[in-house]
Design a protein around this ligand. Structure first.
Ligand SMILES: [Zn+2]
Length: 266
């Protein structure tokens, strides 16, 4: 029984790695406006189709020492890193939520988060082809009685879309009118509507606050320690995604801790 249990966790890890390989395709092709299903993976150097045995998540890249088998073009370490991230994320979700509908929903959310995070880092966009269907799927999951906490209830999900989308859209619009600067992109607003749809309006305060906190810490470190060009914009999407993901695991505890802290002060 124990062995079977461990094997199931190994399968979750492998499943995550295989999906990670697909996430790499999405990261590369969505900003270029290409199909994510056809053609199958090819070497960026010689355009030869990659055989299944050279496309095994993480392992193939290590075995081929980061080079195409055919033309020896270097393959970015980003590929195995994304595969490993996806595998670890999938394993982590099933260790916390078991083999449940909630876990399956969160794994899908995690995959979309990984794709959006990397695309925003490179291209400063959060693609509508992910955020808009993401909002609809979040509402649908919230409506399904089989899928429970941490996926929002239907009412909290609707409120999440209204507050995350409408409220912040208005805020971003006013901010832009008043200051003449773009504070938060409208892609970020759609992402927040998606977060609200999946996790409920309660997640939004935590997500924005922690994203701003992480953004300042990492942004300052990036500029001072790694010498990033100050004039180059730093996308906000990756921090929103990271903060929303952290909320799933510790959000309620942080709210409890914060409120208890306030009330014990009286
Ligand atoms: Zn090649």
């Amino acid at each position: 029984m124990e062995i079977f249990g461990n094997f199931a966790f190994f399968l979750a890890f492998a499943f995550g790695g295989i999906w990670g390989s697909f996430l790499n395709v999405c990261i590369y092709r969505i900003p270029a406006g290409q199909s994510i299903v056809y053609p199958p993976s090819r070497c960026p150097g010689c355009e030869k189709s990659i055989a299944w045995y050279d496309n095994i998540p993480i392992l193939s890249w290590l075995y081929l020492k980061g080079k195409c088998r055919n033309c020896k073009t270097s393959i970015s370490p980003q590929y195995p890193i994304i595969e490993a991230l996806s595998a670890i994320m999938t394993l982590h979700v099933v260790t916390v939520f078991g083999f449940s509908w909630e876990a399956l929903a969160l794994i899908c959310l995690g995959y979309s988060f990984i794709v959006m995070m990397v695309i925003d880092l490179y291209h400063y966009i959060l693609p509508d082809v992910i955020t808009l269907p993401g909002i609809i799927i979040g509402l649908l999951l919230a409506w399904l009685p089989q899928v429970g906490d941490p996926i929002a209830t239907f009412n909290d999900s609707i409120m999440g879309v209204v507050v995350g989308g409408g409220g912040l859209w208005l805020f971003a619009w006013i901010f832009e009118k008043v200051t003449g600067k773009v504070g938060m992109g409208f892609g970020d607003v759609k992402l927040l509507a998606m977060v609200g749809a999946w996790l409920g309006w309660q997640a939004l305060g935590f997500t924005i606050f922690f994203a701003a906190l992480l953004g300042s810490i990492i942004g300052i470190a990036w500029i001072t320690l790694l010498g990033r060009d100050r004039a180059k914009p730093i996308p906000f999407g990756p921090y929103l995604v990271l903060a929303a993901w952290i909320y799933i695991f510790i959000g309620e505890q942080v709210y409890d801790w914060y409120l208890n802290g306030i009330y014990s002060g009286f």
